[in-house]
Design a protein around this ligand. Structure first.
Ligand SMILES: NC(=O)c1ccc[n+]([C@@H]2O[C@H](COP(=O)([O-])OP(=O)(O)OC[C@H]3O[C@@H](n4cnc5c(N)ncnc54)[C@H](OP(=O)(O)O)[C@@H]3O)[C@@H](O)[C@H]2O)c1
Length: 210
């Protein structure tokens, strides 16, 4: 029995790895942070709400997890750059895992989306994914091991009324995932997307997300 446990622990341990998970203060991102930290990964996460983030960090500290965090609105290019500087400094220039999770949904009829709405959805859901992958690339190269998981959505391959912009942004995530997977496999950087079905989180429950 002890041998079996040792085998499992060795097989699944991610000790020594480092990860950035965007949007870790709630929902799926929160669960991903806990799962990675449970496998002894050192995780950095972000969200826009300092108070909520601080509460999460305290809870994770109490559980013995190695998680740090900082405020970042992933829709802003300069804040993404600042976040990666922080990550690079905490992890000494090396990163192993990037989970692009933060996203916004903003349901409304197609004709009602303003230019600002579309720009906000694309910058949060798509540009941030592409840009974080670019920013992580040198850190992955330095560690010679990179794993990127982009959180897409199963709605990116169907058409659900009132979330056209969100679904289009996730379609773009699927495509960039394929392109980067082809370009970066030679560098031992594997790029995948996960497309969850409906999960009851604040993304779904608060129709009017900010
Ligand atoms: N729930 C579902 O049914 C479902 C289905 C398919 C795919 N997904 C995908 O799964 C991912 C996670 O969704 P979820 O349901 O867990 O969402 P959620 O409960 O709304 O949580 C989103 C997390 O991201 C953060 N966030 C949102 N906008 C951000 C921004 N601009 N910058 C930084 N952080 C931001 C939020 O914190 P703050 O608001 O404080 O910033 C929160 O921590 C998303 O990519 C979503 O598209 C979800």
């Amino acid at each position: 029995m002890a041998d079996v446990l040792n085998f499992k622990e060795k097989r699944w341990s991610l000790k020594g790895m480092t990860a950035l998970v965007t949007g870790g203060s709630r929902g799926i991102g929160h669960a991903i942070v806990e799962e990675l930290a449970g496998f002894e990964v050192a995780v950095h996460t972000c969200s826009r709400n300092q108070t909520e983030l601080d509460q999460c960090l305290q809870e994770w500290k109490n559980k013995g997890f190695k998680v740090t965090g900082s405020v970042c609105d992933v829709s802003h290019r300069d804040q993404r750059e600042k976040l990666m500087e922080t990550v690079s400094s905490i992890f000494h220039g090396k990163l192993n895992i990037l989970v692009n999770n933060a996203a916004k949904r903003m349901p409304k009829a197609a004709v009602e989306y303003t230019a600002e709405d579309i720009s906000r959805i694309m910058s949060t859901n798509f540009e941030s994914v592409f840009h974080f992958c670019q920013l992580s690339y040198p850190l992955f190269k330095a560690s010679r091991y990179g794993r990127i998981v982009n959180i897409s959505s199963n709605s990116s391959v169907v058409a659900i009324p009132s979330v056209s912009a969100y679904e289009a942004s996730k379609g773009a995530v699927n495509q960039i995932t394929k392109n980067l997977a082809c370009e970066w496999a030679k560098d031992n950087i594997l790029v995948n997307a996960i497309s969850p079905g409906l999960i009851r989180t604040s993304l779904i429950e608060s129709g009017k997300q900010v």
